[in-house]
Design a binder for this molecule. Structure first.
Ligand code: HEM
Ligand SMILES: *[C@@H]1O[C@H](CO)[C@@H](O)[C@H](O)[C@H]1NC(C)=O
Ligand SMILES: *[C@@H]1O[C@H](CO)[C@@H](O)[C@H](O)[C@H]1NC(C)=O
Ligand SMILES: CC(=O)N[C@H]1CO[C@H](CO)[C@@H](O)[C@@H]1O
Length: 326
């Protein structure tokens, strides 16, 4: 009787361990014995880089998002192709600022000098994305690690995997759900637009050609619409970019949600989070309680960091983040 009890109990425990191993793919402290100082090394490179240019902050955060949504978080977006047909060359990605790539390449070089061949570029990008948020005033949190670098990077595989600024709530939810992210995760991650720049071309339709009866999007705050028209006149140089958060553009805070409540969301995909009754309560909550936003953002970034990851002996540990090993 006792023996039988142990048999089934022990089996249960064993099954539990096996399932946990299958699921808990990434772990914090993955490099605690193989490269214990990796996070310190990356932090130093990020600090130096931000000191040179603030664009490092939004560029790195957005790069992580785009990496994860195409082929998973595997640094596929960092690959440079001589034929201009790698992931970074896709139309959706051409607007990725160079300072994000530069941060990953420099951090990798610094890490390689101390722990050659150990740390993936995918993990370095994940750590750097976590660090830029904190260094801009956002929450600190532990990043799960253990990602391997991908072996595929093709421009042709990007289309349809990234959200468009014209998306409505259902379209946003659908593309985030494909990546195991909930509506709350999607709203929290959109808070990244508290930082960084957008080219005028990405929202000009809301100012000049929204619809026949309403050339200006009626969900735009009229004063904000005036301001945007001044910054982005019709047919402005397509290289002109403006702050996405008109109030605190260099601080990672919940002002993004307060802006949405005031009709100051830059993209339709931002403003719809407030105008659609299905997402409005979450926006109100994040606008009023910065702690709720921080908690939801940490949860969502952790889940984003698990999307499509390669682990164990899948993929490779790239030597140069911009090139496959062979
Ligand atoms: C919800 C759907 C999203 C849409 C439709 C969207 C779209 C865009 C667009 C069109 C831009 C402007 C690009 C340019 O003109 O240069 C942009 C910038 C940016 N996005 Fe998003 N995005 C979304 C979600 C996210 C997420 C989840 C993150 C990160 C967690 C993110 C981080 C950023 C950052 C930081 C920038 C500024 C980049 C810079 O200044 O270099 N976005 N986004
Ligand atoms: C930041 O830059 C200034 C001058 O450009 C330099 O004096 C300072 O040492 C730098 N700090 C860091 C942490 O790199
Ligand atoms: C979503 O989660 C399921 C179940 O854990 C997993 O099999 C799938 O690979 C995940 N999808 C992505 C894109 O990570
Ligand atoms: C989706 C997107 O950002 N497309 C733009 C990418 O960059 C090229 C060249 O700068 C533009 O023509 C696309 O509109």
């Amino acid at each position: 009787m006792e023996k039988y009890y142990c048999k089934s109990l022990c089996f249960l425990i064993l099954m539990l361990i096996v399932t946990r191993m299958g699921e808990g793919q990434l772990i914090e402290n993955f490099y605690s014995s193989s490269c214990p100082n990796v996070e310190g090394i990356v932090r130093q490179v990020v600090l130096t880089k931000i000191n040179q240019t603030f664009v490092t902050v939004p560029a790195t955060l957005r790069l992580f998002f785009h990496d994860c949504f195409v082929e998973g978080c595997d640094a596929s977006v960092v690959i440079a192709s001589p034929n201009n047909d790698a992931e970074k060359d896709a139309p959706d990605n051409l607007s990725l600022a160079g300072d994000g790539f530069d941060t990953v390449v420099k951090a990798k070089q610094a890490v390689e000098a101390q722990c050659p061949g150990i740390v993936s570029c995918a993990d370095i990008l994940a750590i750097a994305a976590r660090d830029v948020v904190f260094l801009a005033g956002g929450p600190a949190y532990n990043m799960e690690l253990g990602r391997r670098d991908g072996l595929i990077s093709q421009a042709s595989r990007v289309a349809g995997n990234l959200p468009e600024p014209t998306f409505n709530l259902i379209q946003l939810n659908t593309i985030f759900a494909k990546n195991n992210l909930s509506q709350i995760d999607m709203i929290a991650l959109s808070g990244a637009h508290t930082l960084g720049f957008s080219h005028c071309t990405r929202f000009a339709n809301r100012l000049y050609s929204f619809s026949l009866s309403n050339p200006v999007d009626p969900t735009l705050n009229p004063t904000y619409a005036q301001q945007l028209m001044q910054e982005c006149p019709q047919n402005v140089d397509p290289q002109i970019a403006i702050n996405m958060d008109p109030v605190t553009p260099q601080t990672f805070d919940n002002v993004y949600y307060q802006n949405l409540v005031g009709g100051k969301g830059l993209f339709s995909s931002d403003q719809v989070l407030f105008t659609d009754p299905a997402s409005q309560p979450t926006v109100m909550d994040f606008a009023q309680n910065s702690g709720d936003f921080s908690g939801a953002f940490i949860t969502a970034m952790t889940k984003l960091g698990r999307v499509g990851v390669k682990i164990g002996n899948q993929g490779e540990i790239r030597m140069d983040c911009a090139a496959f090993n062979s």
